[in-house]
Design a binder for this molecule. Sequence first.
Ligand SMILES: Nc1ncnc2c1ncn2[C@@H]1O[C@H](COP(=O)(O)OP(=O)(O)OP(=O)(O)O)[C@@H](O)[C@H]1O
Ligand SMILES: [Mg+2]
Length: 220
Amino acid sequence: MIISLLNQKGGVGKTTLSIHIASTLALSGKRVLLIDGDVQGSALDWAASRKEDPIFNVVGISKNTIHKEVPTLAKGYDYVIIDGPPRVYDVAKSAIAASDLTLIPVQPSPYDVWAAKEVVDLINEVRETINSYRSYKKIDSSFIVNRVIPNSVIGRDVEDALSQYKFPTLKNYIHQRVAYAETAALGTSVVEQDPNSNAGKEITNVVKEIIKTYSSTNKK
Ligand SMILES: Nc1ncnc2c1ncn2[C@@H]1O[C@H](COP(=O)(O)OP(=O)(O)OP(=O)(O)O)[C@@H](O)[C@H]1O
Ligand SMILES: [Mg+2]
């Protein structure tokens, strides 16, 4: 299954969630490839700052050829996660075309809700022209709410606001937690550090929800 994390808006959590979804899948015994689609190379930097042996592979493709390269690259892997770049349209389009599922991280703020229109339009555009890319499967899409302040109800508000775009939202939210930034700096992840922490549990629940909701509907 090929999953990309995309949003034209910067800093919404594409890289953080890519790394954490990849880590969680890898720790559950899956073979995982993470493609860094951003010239900034944040996921590659994360891998380089790691002291332990890698639990999944990370490669960089920040070009609009991702959809052409993925079928060959995906061989031998159960999951390919694509960390998308902000702003760069042609790379984002290529990542969408490569994917079974595009996840759109959105922070609970009206600015993020408005800004999501860009990536929603892009996904709809690629879906309409999908025959020129890949004619044999549909692309699922979902929002994932990131950086919800613990014990606040703002996640529900943002989910309501996002419903205007006609894409579903994952039921499990990711909260604002220092562990995400702390583990990133060490080239590790909250699930490796402590799978039973609040952060470890919520990312595990997100991954379970993704698999339950989307993997069986996709033909590999
Ligand atoms: N749930 C969270 N809790 C705490 N900090 C977070 C969370 N999600 C992301 N961050 C922090 O927010 C910042 C931006 O996150 P990240 O780099 O993942 O976003 P991005 O969408 O990949 O950005 P860019 O568009 O620049 O690639 C980072 O410093 C990251 O550590
Ligand atoms: Mg990033």
